[in-house]
Design a protein around this ligand. Structure first.
Ligand SMILES: [Zn+2]
Length: 377
């Protein structure tokens, strides 16, 4: 989307006060989530830490998959991390629809690489289902977005100590749009100094993956995270899986808003088919500087250039952390099942027939239980 288009959309937004009245107040009234609280990471030598994939483990798996794929999967190094580790992206498929999957942008959220690699393995393994999907869809899979932070077992990168999921580009138009929406929602507009302090693709990881995004031009994106442990709605059940949209409805085109909600419905339905999983809806957030957000808003690149590409839908998954290795299996599986549900619906076109309003039927994430569980022990 060009700046002109965005300005037009912003103008339309400012004139659309009546639209706001149609939106449930609960969406705006949800408490703003503060992910990533204080925690004690598993120590070196802790058996649970040892079960978490390292950057070397992921590299080894990716190289093995590339060999096994006999040319079907291409493994690219799209850049280097701040400490000089390769930033890997695997691509596979020949289809016109393009899906981007990324994990572990937050280094202390352990199982994104497991889920991304498990998904990739089924694609590489072949068979009728995989072949059919690969003829309709091309994938870009980034199992480990933040290898330095993963090795240090911290949320941020290790050079700037910034959250890489708050480091994509936001231009003045997006910032103005954000403030217009905040005013619509009864929040105070952010001062201009907030915009000046946005980090704006400062980290080399952000720069490398932004260029990879601009080249790949995904229609759909999924970003795999972990959260602490929460209740499902006001029940006594624990939720192990939340589906999330990182932007206010008013920041998005109507097709994007429908598509991300459809992705969320598909993911929650698929994850919820297993007894162990109670899927929930992540609380309202509106963070244009997040990766999947900036992608959907056509945020600027490292040199102020534009990809002029906006995915139809880009969302995130949040798994509860594991209590030791016993729960690792289902925590990985719920992500893989949710991914497949979206991918199958993209491949056969049925995604557009999903009732987007069922998003509202997904239980909201409830009260907070524990943060310890986020970190794999
Ligand atoms: Zn995260």
């Amino acid at each position: 989307m060009t700046n002109t288009t965005r300005r037009r959309r912003l103008t339309a937004l400012l004139g659309a006060a009546c639209l706001v009245l149609a939106i449930p107040l609960s969406a705006a009234a949800d408490p703003v989530s503060k992910p990533g609280g204080p925690f004690v990471p598993p120590a070196e030598g802790d058996p649970n830490r040892a079960a978490i994939l390292s950057a070397d483990d992921v590299e080894r798996e990716l190289l093995a998959l590339e060999r096994r794929s006999k040319g079907a999967m291409q493994l690219d190094v799209v850049g280097q991390s701040g400490e000089g580790r390769p930033l890997y992206m695997a691509t596979i498929g020949t289809g016109d629809e393009r899906v981007w999957v990324q994990g572990r942008i937050h280094g202390n959220e352990p199982y994104g690489p497991d889920a991304a690699l498990a998904f990739l393995k089924t694609l590489v393994a072949g068979g009728q289902h995989a072949s059919q999907v690969l003829s309709e869809v091309t994938f870009a899979v980034i199992p480990m977005y933040n290898p330095d932070g993963s090795e240090a077992y911290i949320r941020q990168d290790t050079v700037h100590r910034i959250d890489l999921n708050r480091d994509w580009g936001v231009d003045q138009d997006i910032f103005d749009q954000l403030n217009a929406v905040r005013v619509q929602r009864g929040q105070n507009p952010l001062p201009q100094s907030t915009f000046d302090n946005y980090t704006q693709l400062r980290a080399v990881e952000s720069q490398a993956f932004w260029y990879a995004f601009a080249e790949f031009r995904p229609h759909y994106m999924v970003d795999i995270h972990h959260q602490g442990t929460y209740y499902a709605g006001d029940t006594d059940d624990m939720t192990t899986f939340s589906v999330g949209i990182s932007l206010d409805e008013l920041m998005l085109s109507s097709d994007q808003w429908d598509t991300v909600r459809r992705m969320g419905v598909l993911a929650a339905d698929a994850a919820g088919r297993h007894g162990a999983v109670t899927p929930t809806r992540y609380p309202y957030i509106n963070i244009p500087e997040g990766v999947v957000s900036a992608a959907m808003l056509n945020g600027p690149g490292p040199e102020g250039e534009y990809a002029d590409w906006t995915p139809r839908g880009a969302m995130f998954f949040e798994s509860r952390g594991g209590i030791g290795q016993k729960s690792r299996g289902y925590l990985v599986k719920q992500n893989v099942d949710a991914l497949w549900a979206i991918v199958d619906a993209v491949a056969d076109g049925s995604i557009d027939t999903v009732d987007a309003d069922r998003w509202d039927d997904i239980l909201p994430r409830g009260g907070f239980l524990s943060n310890q569980a986020k970190f794999g022990y």
